[in-house]
Design a protein around this ligand. Structure first.
Ligand SMILES: Cc1ncc(C[n+]2csc(CCOP(=O)(O)OP(=O)(O)O)c2C)c(N)n1
Ligand SMILES: [Mg+2]
Length: 392
């Protein structure tokens, strides 16, 4: 037969069907049914194993029902993050007491909440510059965090780092990093360190949808899988990298699928639900703790505020923001608490007051704290004594 080009081949079932003789039709139907029914049955298990994200993760049994204490913890933590940032933003915009970069986590709090209940205090976290929420979640004090925003000596980075560089060795919070995507490598390093030391701790690395497009991610995924590092890579997909939507930055909009190239399990999670975050992260953490290696989780979330404090937000509509606010993670948790009668309205008011007092106290602490001494300027700066490019 002479090859006449693809356009001469009958394509699709209707085309084949119309080219058949009457007597051939029953046989064709038989072949079709075998192909559609038996083929998936025979090959589905193998297929599912290839698609590690389907089989591997769901087979890790984790809690899917949560206690009253868990809901109350989630509620208080998420309120603390939101109230802390709202207050800091006010001090920034209205009073000019905070300066420099400032990226709010408001809207994304369920990620911090779910990750905290799915991990242990010893599991290290590292993130980008949108770091206030995770730092507070890890247990860094509101006082020291607010003082850092004010640039005071009592801050978490001695007032020298500001909003983007929160850091707490004791809490195993490794920043706070301004270079988009750089923390992906640091997170793998943290996981490597835990494995090297023989602990069963698991590192959680948080990065944005924009950071997911950095080359760093691919090199790290390759080695993390090769060495089966105890790592969970969490892409906080809030739809935008500054003003660039996920759709405008890549052909691949399901970011969890980036894991497929490295045969790393991946999953997509509703980031407006603390329950869903806990469940997904707990599975990945369990897998990593048991020596199974890394996982990529794409947690779909939304930031209510602009990229940073000075963002006119021309790239999205007010309606879009409102739509997400209808699924607000704090309101969802509150509604469960009230429906299940885990707390009365008075008890909720008491939590709100406690949060409010903590935030107010942090402002007082920051305002009354001293500025860093001039002698601090060159301290805590790494310098290689033998750096070959030094010029006197
Ligand atoms: C290597 C690098 N490139 C560019 C920037 C400038 N920049 C700062 S934030 C940002 C967007 C990142 O968005 P995403 O990763 O989605 O995180 P999000 O801000 O949404 O949390 C960019 C491009 C940077 N800080 N570092
Ligand atoms: Mg983003």
């Amino acid at each position: 037969m002479q090859f006449n080009g693809l356009k001469n081949f009958p394509t699709g079932i209707p085309a084949v069907f119309s080219s058949l003789k009457k007597a051939e039709i029953p046989l064709f139907l038989l072949v079709l049914s075998v192909q559609n029914c038996l083929f998936p049955l025979i090959f589905a298990p193998a297929y599912s194993v290839c698609q590690g994200r389907i089989i591997n993760l769901k087979s890790f049994n984790v809690a899917t029902k949560f206690s009253k204490e868990t809901y109350l913890y989630w509620y208080e933590l998420m309120q603390l993050i939101r109230q802390f940032e709202s207050m800091a933003e006010e001090k920034y915009k209205m009073e000019g007491k905070i300066r420099g970069f400032f990226h709010a986590y408001i809207g994304q709090e369920a990620i911090a909440a779910g990750c905290m209940t799915a991990t242990r205090q010893d599991d290290p976290f590292v993130t980008g510059y949108r770091d206030h929420g995770l730092a507070l979640a890890k247990g860094m004090s509101a006082n020291a965090c607010m003082a850092e925003l004010y640039g005071k000596a009592t801050g978490v980075a001695k007032g020298k780092g500001g909003s983007m560089h929160f850091f707490g060795v004791e809490q195993k919070f490794f920043g706070g990093n301004g270079i988009v995507g750089a923390q992906i490598g640091t997170g793998a390093g943290l996981a490597f360190a835990e494995k090297y030391k023989g602990t069963d701790n698991v590192s959680l690395t948080f990065f944005g949808d924009g950071a997911a497009r950095q080359g760093m991610l691919h090199e790290v995924f390759n080695l993390a899988m090769l060495w089966k590092l105890p790592a969970v890579f969490i892409c906080e997909n809030n739809n935008y990298a500054m003003g660039t939507s996920v759709e405008r930055s890549s052909n691949v909009v399901d970011i969890y699928k980036l894991a497929d190239a490295y045969e790393m399990p991946g999953d997509s999670i509703d980031g407006m639900s603390a329950e869903a975050v806990h469940e997904g992260v707990a599975r990945a953490v369990k897998r990593a703790r048991e020596g199974g290696g890394p996982t990529l989780l794409e947690i779909k979330t939304y930031r209510y505020k602009g990229h940073s404090i000075s963002d006119p937000q021309k790239y999205r509509t007010k309606e879009e923001v409102e739509e997400y606010k209808q699924r607000d993670p704090i309101q969802q948790v509150l509604s469960t608490i009230l429906t299940k009668k885990y707390a009365t309205q008075e008890e909720i008011d008491a939590i709100n007051k406690r949060v409010n007092d903590t935030v107010e106290a942090s402002v007082k602490f920051a305002e009354e704290s001293p500025w860093p001494d001039d002698s601090e300027v060159l301290k805590d700066v790494y310098a290689d004594k033998n750096y070959v490019f030094d010029v006197d």
